[in-house]
Ligand binder design. Structure first.
Ligand code: AHG
Ligand code: MN
Ligand code: MN
Length: 334
């Protein structure tokens, strides 16, 4: 029988062999994984758990909150606030940061999350997920403030997501490659199922919301036009298209078989850099993608090197197979 390695065992062995996962970070990852298991249970119950539909409120970004957005946010906070590993948390669903209450010990780490990614897919039973990013509180800063979170993605100590699809899969990086764990529902544990995730450098598959094409800028249009020309065009090959509208699920496909994912700037709201959020969507996904040998830019520069100025800052995103990301970026820079 092949040896089954649980998330707990994997993290302990990594800590022992390479010493690169500090104790507090290991605890943090385990707690996030436990929260994701709870969210998975709610997701799976669907209508039977009365978790579908809208909550009747809006988040700070003016988006209608679904019941599951709020449930997932609460589960993540409750699970993480008491363990002593965190100083504060920030979430898509909360305007300001959530400082660990005084009654609990404070740790060194900062946790950011998109508790429920792909909200428009909840009610139609299509894959959704949770995205998270971990930073360390800057040394010497007394207390904790929003400014402590405004660090570039290169500073991430860990990042990952959990996709709630036909399987529940947790994908993780601590800066030493990308690993995947599949939830064994009977045992209640995440089991290592992929330990060296690699994104092929070339691809014939792109993911973009094509209905926005008329709003894009010229370089973006050029790239997609050339893909659509197929084997008789300049690219000399036929492309396939996929768009799930859950970033987690689209990125999961790209980590599994390659591809390029794009959510570009568009003309409708020229002052908005993009739709996706830098701190808890783009940065963690960029970290994972780069660790798997891919690339991630905002169509001009590396996402992970961007200096954030706001917690809920938005960004254009181009990520996935390296050669395609470089091509899209070159078109914009040229
Ligand atoms: P969220 O549900 O957390 O707000 O994120 C949704 C995001 C992302 O997951 C997805 O790629 C994109 O929005 C889909 O946008 P469109 O509906 O414009 O295609
Ligand atoms: Mn999201
Ligand atoms: Mn969300």
């Amino acid at each position: 029988m092949t040896r089954r390695i649980s998330l707990t065992q994997y993290l302990i062995e990594q800590q022992r062999q390479h010493g690169h996962i500090p104790q507090e970070l290991r605890l943090l990852i385990e707690v996030v994984a436990r929260a994701c298991k709870r969210i998975a249970i709610s997701v799976n119950k669907g209508a039977l758990g009365e978790v579908l539909g809208t909550a009747g409120s809006e988040n700070v970004q003016g988006e209608v909150q679904k019941k599951l957005d709020i449930i997932a946010n609460e589960v993540l906070i409750e699970a993480n606030e008491w363990g002593g590993h965190l100083a504060a948390m920030a979430s898509e669903e909360m305007e300001g940061i959530y400082v660990v209450p005084n009654r609990f010990p404070q740790g060194e780490y900062l946790l950011m999350f998109d508790p429920l990614d792909g909200s428009s897919n909840i009610d139609v039973n299509v894959s959704i997920g949770t995205i998270f990013s971990v930073l360390k509180k800057p040394e010497g800063s007394a207390g904790v403030s929003e400014a402590d979170f405004l660090q570039p993605g290169t500073q991430q100590a860990a990042a990952g997501y959990c996709v709630y699809g036909p399987q529940t899969t947790l994908v993780l990086t601590v800066g030493d490659g990308v690993v995947m764990f599949t939830l064994d529902r009977e045992q209640g544990s995440f089991v290592l199922t992929e330990d060296e995730v690699k994104i092929p450098e070339d691809t014939k598959e792109f993911a973009i919301n094509m209905s926005n094409m008329r709003h894009w800028d010229a370089p973006m249009k050029r790239y997609i036009d050339e893909c659509l020309e197929g084997s008789t065009g300049v690219r000399g090959k036929d492309f396939n298209m996929r768009w799930i509208a859950s970033m987690v699920a689209d990125v999961h496909r790209i980590l599994t078989r390659g591809g390029v994912f794009m959510y570009p700037w568009d003309k409708r709201e020229p002052n908005k850099a993009g739709k996706l959020r830098l701190m808890y969507e783009a940065n963690p996904m960029a970290f994972l993608v780069e660790q798997a040998g891919g690339a991630a830019t905002n169509a001009r520069q590396r996402i992970m090197e961007m200096q954030p100025t706001q917690l809920h800052e938005r960004v254009a995103v181009v990520l996935g197979s390296k050669n395609e990301v470089e091509r899209v970026t070159a078109y914009h820079l040229g």
